[in-house]
Design a protein around this ligand. Structure first.
Ligand SMILES: [Zn+2]
Length: 169
């Protein structure tokens, strides 16, 4: 879907580009351009629908598991999106949408919803011994605790910490 969108957008800009070459001062919306723009809007909507659908499915799964609570991290998405690799996978919009949905679904199902403090170092803390790293770059997916030697998967470790956080909240 994203590829299709890109292709259409390229096609559209080529059409505008062509007008420029033809020495047009003001762009004219030809029938073809209008058609193309309409198609692009449709693809945009389709992508959005797929995303929303996915979020509803995933949040439904979470709620269905009847957890005692859901503890979520207050991620600094803006900071993460600056990191190029993450820009594609995490979009601010999707994240806040996810949070909105899981929050109300928890409410409906009497599940406690907890948001961890923004500065809580969920990734940098060793879930085994509590040691806190000074730094952990976003690209580091696995790390070894210098204190107790346990090997951590970044996300699993953060999830365990958030579970602990939620339990004590
Ligand atoms: Zn440790």
């Amino acid at each position: 879907m994203n590829k299709k969108l890109k292709r259409l957008q390229r096609k559209l800009s080529r059409k505008y580009e062509k007008q420029k070459e033809g020495g047009v001062n003001r762009y004219k919306k030809t029938k073809n351009i209008i058609k193309l723009e309409c198609l692009i809007r449709k693809v945009h909507k389709k992508i959005k629908d797929i995303r929303t659908n996915y979020l509803h499915q995933e949040t439904a799964k979470l709620v269905k598991a009847k957890p005692e609570f859901v503890c979520m991290e207050n991620l600094n998405i803006k900071g993460m999106v600056k990191n190029h690799k993450l820009a594609k996978s995490i979009q601010e919009q999707t994240f806040s949408e996810f949070r909105r949905i899981i929050e109300y679904k928890c409410k409906w199902n009497n599940i406690r919803f907890i948001v961890a403090d923004k500065y809580y170092p969920s990734s940098k803390t060793c879930s085994e011994c509590g040691y806190i790293l000074d730094k952990l770059s976003l690209s580091t997916r696995k790390w070894i605790c210098p204190e107790c030697g346990v090997i951590h998967d970044r996300d699993v470790n953060a999830a365990i910490n958030l579970m602990k956080y939620g339990k004590s909240a």
